[in-house]
Write a protein that binds this ligand. Structure first.
Ligand SMILES: [Zn+2]
Length: 494
């Protein structure tokens, strides 16, 4: 009996040693994916660049809800401003107005046989809430240049991209440089309301012309510090996919009547119960492909203890997920989220409502579909009195495909980022929880990346769509240099 116990202990100890060895060996042999580069300064930035961005911010190109002449007037003004500000670009590139207000530039490359690339950004901005207006340090459409920043709506999202790309092109043309392959610049005018009359039309036009870009780079994730545990270097996240966007409507119908003799559950009570069940039983979290790629790419950059975890996700995945679901920001990257955003019922205090209706906005993680979401919703609500329907009209999109990180294009983006932002910057793939205009380009290109080459603090990130949106002059110069370097060193591919 005693002998058997000793044998069992020996076997268990041996297994523990083997397991520990596997974990440690995997951690030690995980290699950094970061390419070695030397810093590059492709061009000096023109002194007028800051002033031009400031002036562009002063044109209030708020997304056109109805595409009415009044709403489109600022876009025409911006088009004219760009034409006057970038004379070489407008002399040497082809410029087309697509749909009501979007722009497409074509810059022919030296090698006409090579596949083109597309750089994207958007011309429109979100409106400023009247309530928040007094909180702005500088008025939102002032384009104030103060304290080392350019202030105003669109400074980050994303006139900085439009103007940054055009500054880069203008400066390269002035030097007599041209890209090795053709570049398109696609600037939609209704990104903030879904892009269906902007970027979508541009993508359709390119498709009609049989254009199959080797890569597309749109706005998206940025460079931040302090968001990854155990990593004190700046981390650049390149969005290789974005979540889907679906809104489902819940409706409860009931008999009306006087509120003096109510049934045990009114329409409001039934619907509130359903919403409560949805919030208390969220969809199961899992490591979607972009999230897995992100952690695996980060493993080699982490201190040893963390590296053991990240290099062995086959074992530690449940532990990691338990950590990630603890905060809204990281929770959103590992599951389809549900947010009840609209709740309507009742008209009078003494009348029982005949209907109660709510809308739940879902952000669908890669690997799941709207059908999965509907199945989940029926199962968790489990109440025939609650009708579930897909909201008519409105914006919807499925999760995007996940772009490869094994391509020359991804490597080009990674290398350029380190060349401009320094070798301490770790460049890894990531998942965008919001949406971009690039969704319209996944039909014509396999490799679609979402990255705005700018370094932001967590505090500055909150200014996007919020109060006191601003970009630092230093960051803006880097954005211009980044696009210049990306364009000029992009190698032709057939
Ligand atoms: Zn944007």
């Amino acid at each position: 009996m005693k002998k058997r116990l000793v044998q069992t202990i020996i076997v268990l100890a041996a297994l523990a040693v083997i397991l520990a060895s596997i974990l440690v060996v995997r951690a030690i042999t995980t290699e950094s994916l970061q390419p070695e580069v030397t810093s590059v300064d492709p061009l000096g930035v023109d002194d007028g660049a800051v002033q031009r961005l400031s002036e562009a911010i002063q044109i209030p190109t708020i997304s056109p809800a109805d595409y009415s002449p009044e709403e489109l007037a600022p876009f025409e003004e911006l088009h004219a401003f760009l034409e006057a500000s970038y004379p070489r670009v407008h002399a040497e590139l082809q410029r087309e107005v697509v749909g009501p207000c979007s722009l497409l530039y074509t810059w022919p490359g030296k090698d006409e046989e090579a596949r083109p690339a597309v750089l994207m950004s958007h011309l429109d901005v979100v409106p400023v809430s009247q309530q928040e207006l007094p909180d702005w340090t500088h008025p939102p459409f002032s384009g104030a240049v103060a304290d080392g920043f350019i202030w105003g709506r669109g400074a980050l999202d994303v006139k900085v991209g439009v103007l940054g790309i055009l500054e880069a092109a203008e400066a390269l043309l002035e030097k007599g440089d041209a890209p090795q392959h053709t570049f398109y610049f696609a600037f939609g005018c209704d990104e903030e309301i879904g892009g269906s009359r902007g970027a979508k039309k541009v993508a359709e036009l390119l498709q009609e012309r049989d254009i199959n870009p080797v890569y597309v780079l749109d706005e998206g994730l940025v460079i931040t510090e302090g968001i990854m545990p155990g990593v004190d270097r700046p981390v650049a996240l390149i969005g290789v996919a974005e979540k889907g966007f679906w809104t489902l409507t819940l409706t409860v119908r009931a008999e009306g009547g006087h509120s003096s003799m109510p049934p045990s559950k009114t329409a409001i009570g039934i619907l509130a119960g359903a919403i409560h069940r949805v919030e208390s039983s969220p969809m199961k979290p899992y490591l979607n492909e972009p999230a897995r790629q992100m952690f695996e790419s980060l493993a080699a950059e982490m201190p040893f203890g963390m590296r053991v975890v990240f290099a062995n996700l086959w074992l530690f995945e449940p532990l990691l997920i338990a950590q990630l679901v603890g905060a809204p920001q990281t929770n959103a990257s590992v599951r389809t989220t549900a947010a009840p955003t609209i709740f309507n019922a009742g008209t009078r205090e003494n009348v029982l409502p005949q209907t109660a209706q709510a809308r739940i906005n879902f952000r669908v993680a890669p690997g799941q579909t709207i059908e999965d979401v509907e199945d989940y919703l029926r199962a968790v609500i489990d109440d025939d009195r609650v009708e579930i329907s897909r909201s008519a009209g409105g914006f919807t999109s499925d999760p995007s495909p996940t772009s490869s990180i094994e391509t020359a294009a991804f490597e080009h983006v990674r290398r350029t980022t380190r060349e401009i932002f320094g070798e301490e910057t770790i460049v890894i793939p990531g998942l965008m929880v919001g949406g971009t205009d690039s969704r319209w380009f996944t039909e014509i290109a396999d490799d679609v990346y979402r990255f705005l080459p700018t370094q932001l603090s967590a505090e500055d990130t909150k200014r996007i769509h919020g109060v006191d949106e601003r970009v630092s002059v230093e960051n803006y110069h880097k954005i211009i240099r980044y696009y210049a370097r990306l364009i000029i060193s992009s190698e032709p591919q057939k």
